[in-house]
Write a protein that binds this ligand. Structure first.
Ligand code: 5GP
Ligand code: ZN
Length: 116
């Protein structure tokens, strides 16, 4: 294990220990296609550093959160989502979070799951 916490699947992805279809990568952030897409285009943005959820962020995470948010429209455009997209951050079990490493979902609208 080269980084991140044990048994965190997104830390393993960030460390390159589990293969993914990469969308974007820099020193702090990784974006990759969701393995079980809810739409034709569905990718996730994560900080490489392990952060459990949005509810676990503090002022120290402002720059990371800003970087994630600003990457969303840029990567969405690069993935061809020119007609708009949906952005979701599931937080906690009650919020539908299943992987407890902060991630931003970005996906295309679907007729049975409209964005508006
Ligand atoms: P959550 O419900 O926690 O917001 O969403 C977790 C997302 O991660 C799900 O959409 C799920 O399909 C995706 N996911 C879980 N494990 C993997 C994986 O190993 N690789 C990829 N690419 N996506 C994953
Ligand atoms: Zn992690």
């Amino acid at each position: 294990q080269t980084g991140g916490i044990a048994d965190c699947i997104f830390c393993k992805i960030a460390a390159g220990e589990i293969p993914t279809r990469k969308v974007y990568e820099d020193d702090a952030v990784l974006a990759f296609h969701d393995v079980n897409p809810k739409a034709e285009v569905h990718f996730l943005l994560i900080p490489k550093q392990h952060v459990v959820s949005l509810a676990h962020c503090s002022a120290d995470d402002e720059a990371m959160l800003g970087q994630l948010m600003l990457l969303v429209p840029r990567l969405a455009a690069e993935q061809g989502l020119s007609n708009g997209f949906k952005t979701a951050i599931n937080t906690g079990r009650g919020g539908g979070q299943e992987v407890f490493h902060l991630h931003v979902h970005v996906y295309a609208c679907r007729i049975d799951w409209p964005c508006y």
